[in-house]
Design a protein around this ligand. Sequence first.
Ligand code: AMP
Length: 279
Amino acid sequence: MKIIEDIDEMHHYAMQLRHEGKAIGFVPTMGALHEGHLSLMRQAREASEHLVVSIFVNPAQFGPKEDYKEYPRDPRGDTGMTRTADVDTLFTPSPSAIYPEGYRTYVDVEGLSGVMCGRTRPGHFRGVATIVLKLLNIVRPHKAFFGQKDYQQTVIIRRMTKDLHLGVDVMVLPTVREADGLAMSSRNQYLNPEDRRSAAILYRSLQEARSQFDKGEHSAERLREAILGTLKYEPSVQLEYAAIVHPETLEEVREAGQGTVIAIAAQIGRTRLIDNILL
Ligand code: AMP
């Protein structure tokens, strides 16, 4: 596995691979890799001739009071994991190279960035869109792979790649879960044992909504009540939002149908977790 830190080196290498006609697959991550990331890498491996994984904890997507400094970092473990996933190139640029003195350019995907997680994390998706665009420009992949776990992010990235004619296929892969249903996340390590147990209620609440939907309940209001009713059993879980939305516009729907997305965000102790399902 080749490890590249330098941006120009990565770009030149990618251009050379393209010139050789290699199909480049790309999985951008913030590291502290887990089975969710590995599943993206495995499927990207299958779909590409050259697989690039990036690890970059992106300061631009963290708010001033958020966990940029504490965000879990495990460069050694991550390198081991990427080797086992048969990654060809691991790209690990430094923050000062990505955002040098005088950096001024940001991407705003309007509307989609201000709802759901965007309400409590202003600027978050501007940071996400900016780093993803920069990485796509450097790595020049044919296909880029993202997890459904960050549903709003996938919608924003799809929109951006289309709006800016980036010519990359955005692939979205299913959420990988722990045995009790909790969506895997680098932030799960913040949870103490008690909060970790309580966190399983998030997915259970989504499953309850799905089961009501399957029984014929399509009113978004009622489905939201099913979520709130389930979450009541874990008072330590503070719901931030439960949104029942159109899968592309992220607009709230009154009646849920096939393809409607139910997304939630909640605070457990000091940890903020998100999850979602597609009906
Ligand atoms: P992150 O390192 O958290 O920025 O995530 C990097 C990529 O992995 C994003 O596309 C995430 O959506 C994806 N990802 C994170 N957790 C999971 C999971 N549990 N299942 C599937 N994909 C995931």
